[in-house]
Write a protein that binds this ligand. Structure first.
Ligand code: UDP
Length: 238
């Protein structure tokens, strides 16, 4: 596939224009970053694993009727995607308390609350992606209340589907982050990436962390953990 100009370069991905104005190519890079870019590294081979996992999860969700920006893999690290206007919000779903929520509220990591938790973060590197609520997001004109209703509905459906798939793969889906985009027709669809870079995934039996916390917390064997996730998902995806 012939790529045109680079539209955008982020911490873990590049986005290229194509001959089709409604399609972009998203390239997954081997870079890992954490703590708003303070910690950086190259993990050789990571891009192709995160791309493969993301593609597998998007295909699984599409089969269940969830619309995503993903069209097809055009190369190991390159995904042809629908061009959308990305809403600058990170939508985090938490089934188990971990990470920033555990720290901020003084809860032990691993506690399973009675309810699923939905958080919004404002995508602004210069502000360190602050936590915000629905009213803040509407006041800043990032989304409307109607769009938030759609986003929360999709987040709930996606969580149910992913919990089930990961459970079959022997993996506990602790939490994950999503981003949504608007199509030219104004429809809201899932965009960005779903991979161990954006999810917390623990082995159901052993509790071993198989996600980006291996990088954040210097646990080692990052790519190997991601490869294990891919192998396990491939075994249960159908
Ligand atoms: N997350 C992400 N990108 C971010 C922040 C968080 O993909 O910029 C994911 C993270 O991997 C985890 C979930 O969102 O699966 C919740 O992250 P948390 O708020 O606990 O923040 P962190 O511990 O990453 O600071």
């Amino acid at each position: 596939m012939e790529l045109k100009d680079m539209l955008y370069e982020g911490k873990a991905k590049q986005v290229f224009l194509t001959e089709n104005p409604n399609r972009v190519v998203v390239r997954y890079k081997d870079t890992a970053t954490a703590f708003n870019n303070i910690k950086k590294a190259t993990i050789v081979g990571k891009g192709k694993v995160t791309s493969a996992i993301s593609a597998l999860l998007y295909e699984y969700l599409a089969k269940a009727g969830i619309k995503t920006h993903f069209v097809e893999l055009v190369d190991e690290c390159d995904q042809l995607c629908r061009r959308v206007q990305v809403i600058p919000l990170e939508v985090v779903v938490r089934n188990t308390i971990a990470g920033s929520m555990a720290q901020r509220l003084g809860v032990e990591e691993g506690v399973e609350p009675q309810n699923v938790i939905y958080d919004l973060y404002y995508k602004r590197d210069d502000l360190d992606d602050p936590l915000m609520n629905d009213h803040h997001a509407v006041a800043l004109e990032l989304v409307s209340y109607e769009e938030l209703k759609v986003i929360y509905g999709l987040a709930e459906q996606i969580n149910t589907l992913l919990l089930e798939l990961f459970r079959r793969a022997g993996i506990r889906l602790v939490d994950f982050k999503m981003e949504f985009g608007r199509t030219p027709e104004g429809e809201i669809i899932l965009a960005d990436e779903l991979s161990p870079d954006t999810c917390r995934l623990w082995d159901i039996e052993t509790g071993e962390k198989l996600d980006k916390d291996r990088f954040r917390r210097d646990l080692g064997r990052v790519r190997e953990a991601y490869e294990l996730i891919l192998t396990r998902l491939q075994a249960v995806k159908n």
